[in-house]
Design a protein around this ligand. Structure first.
Ligand SMILES: [Cu+2]
Length: 89
């Protein structure tokens, strides 16, 4: 009976870890590829982040994460890099 409970619970955890979500932000202040790099370096340190797309031209930052993404951590990381961001999706 214990085994019967543990297996489905584990299955759900694995499923949640594989669920990916992308959150988009609008960043102010980026002008070139170095700006993109600075933001990328800060954001990639956030737990669970699996992908980052950032464009100085459009000001868009898209962060993919396995599981829940800490919104405040992303905004703080962007500020740490020297820019400001607002969530756009
Ligand atoms: Cu730059």
């Amino acid at each position: 009976m214990v085994l019967g409970v543990e297996i489905p619970t584990w299955g759900i955890l694995v499923k949640e870890e594989q669920a990916m979500a992308t959150t988009e932000y609008q960043v102010t202040g980026m002008t070139c590829s170095h700006c993109e790099m600075s933001i990328r370096e800060e954001v990639e340190q956030i737990a669970g982040v699996t992908g980052i797309e950032v464009s100085a031209a459009s000001g868009k930052l898209a962060v993919s994460a396995a599981g829940a993404l800490d919104d405040a951590a992303v905004l703080a990381a962007v500020e740490e890099a020297g820019y400001s961001a607002v969530r756009s999706s």
